[in-house]
Design a binder for this molecule. Structure first.
Ligand SMILES: Cc1cc2nc3c(=O)[nH]c(=O)nc-3n(C[C@H](O)[C@H](O)[C@H](O)COP(=O)(O)O)c2cc1C
Length: 407
């Protein structure tokens, strides 16, 4: 379906080659100062044609706010957002009238709907994500203003070129003995999660905030492009300042909502939160995050292998996760494949395509993270308000309340 969220509800519309793409956002709180430029900043980070590492399709992606805002203030009514598709070239897709692109969505969309959009994969085009990015920018503005929440995503790998995130003692390399497994989040990576800013991320066209690694990533993307090929990568996202208590176990655990949101982005192939798959190799004695009281008196954890979520509920630590994006399917290199009617043949796709999607995926990941956190905050606030309206229960047994220092 094209709607995401429960209380902060976003419906996106549009395909690659229709008149416009956009979104309707229902449930945005009234009274939020909002201007087109708040949304435009993120749309411009997503737009094609930003550098030689992205598709040359020339779209300005200028947003038009249609409703739900007056005098720069949200009204609490549905917000309509629209971006025109201006640089369509459906003729680029003439081969794909005959051939479904291998590993794209052309064949499955036609099987499902029985009719085909001129661009082939219809709604699977990354143009659809404009509506998400615009809606996410609005959610993000509220999260920042009301809670000081900060969301930053960055490119953490391209092909095999990786931002170093884990240190493993040399003794461990190749060892199968659990007791010597002591890998840990590299201090550099932990620091990066705490401090990384969008300015640092945008300082390099790859959107990797580690200049040396960014240069190596550039070379990898250019190599793919020159070979008329493509390459995948990962995006890591950190959400700072989320209060404890968000997430709706059991089916709507916070990590499940984030995974749902992230895996709905085109070209995603994997999601891991906190220690992720790496955590399976670290014994519990090393992997547990011990509690301690922070300087401000609040409870915190010394390490954060959990990625800020325990039992499907935020624990107040930074939430961080990683998403894997495949190598884009559309490549100009000739591929032996079959036409829609089964006739074998060779497809060398024309058109303008991203050799690697991760630099442009960064604001999309931030947007989806904003939508999840916004929705979960509104849900938790509704629960808290409902509780606060009840007369206080004074007779709870001690096992039902938080012990105090004196008890
Ligand atoms: C920012 C972004 C840009 C993309 N650009 C392209 C592209 O130029 N060519 C392409 O084949 N796929 C591109 N994709 C991926 C397709 O939208 C997607 O892979 C395809 O529809 C198949 O869907 P699936 O990979 O989710 O199964 C892009 C994805 C994103 C997130």
């Amino acid at each position: 379906m094209s709607t995401f969220g429960t209380l902060f509800r976003v419906t996106t519309y549009g395909e690659s080659h229709c008149a416009s793409v956009g979104a309707i956002i229902d449930g945005c709180p009234p009274g939020l100062p909002l201007e087109a430029k708040d949304v435009q900043t993120q749309l411009s980070r997503r737009r094609p044609g930003q550098s030689n590492l992205t598709t040359p399709r020339d779209e300005k992606d200028l947003v038009q706010l249609q409703s739900g805002i007056e005098h720069g203030i949200t009204l609490g009514t549905p917000i309509g957002l629209l971006v025109k598709n201006e640089d369509q070239r459906p003729r680029d897709y003439s081969e794909t009238d005959l051939y479904p692109r291998p590993s794209h969505a052309d064949w499955t969309y036609l099987e499902k709907y029985g009719v085909k959009a001129s661009s082939g994969g219809g709604r699977s085009s990354a143009r659809e994500t404009i509506g998400r990015v615009a809606a996410g920018a609005i959610a993000e503005k509220y999260l920042k203003a009301a809670y000081g929440i900060d969301i930053v995503a960055f490119v953490s790998s391209v092909g095999k070129v990786k931002l170093p995130s884990v240190v493993s003692p040399p003794s461990q390399v190749g060892s199968e003995d659990d007791d010597v497994v002591e890998d840990a989040l590299a201090p550099e990576f932990v620091e990066l999660l705490k401090t990384v800013s969008r300015e640092q991320v945008d300082a390099h066209p790859t959107r990797c905030p580690h200049p040396e690694t960014a240069e190596r990533m550039t070379k990898r993307i250019i190599r793919a492009k020159e070979a008329q090929d493509s390459i995948g990568g990962t995006v890591t996202c950190v959400i700072r300042g989320v209060p404890a208590g968000l997430g709706e176990p059991v089916f709507d655990k916070l990590e499940a909502k984030l995974a749902h949101a992230m895996l709905s982005i085109p070209a995603t192939k994997g999601f891991e939160v906190g220690s992720g798959f790496r955590g399976t190799e670290v014994p519990g004695s090393k992997h547990n995050d011990p509690f301690f009281v922070k300087e401000d008196g609040s409870m915190g954890t010394r390490t954060n292998w959990s990625g800020g979520i325990q039992g499907g509920i935020s624990n107040g630590e930074d939430i961080y996760f990683r998403i894997g994006f495949k190598s884009p399917a559309t490549i100009s290199q000739a591929q032996e494949t079959a036409q829609y009617d089964g006739t074998p043949g060779t497809l060398a796709a024309r058109g303008r395509h991203d050799p690697c999607v991760v630099p442009r995926a960064v604001p999309i990941v931030e947007a989806m993270a904003s939508l999840v956190i916004m929705d979960q905050l509104l849900i938790q606030n509704a629960r808290k308000t409902a509780l606060s309206l009840l007369p206080a229960i004074t007779t709870l047994p001690p096992t039902m309340v938080k012990p105090t220092a004196s008890s």
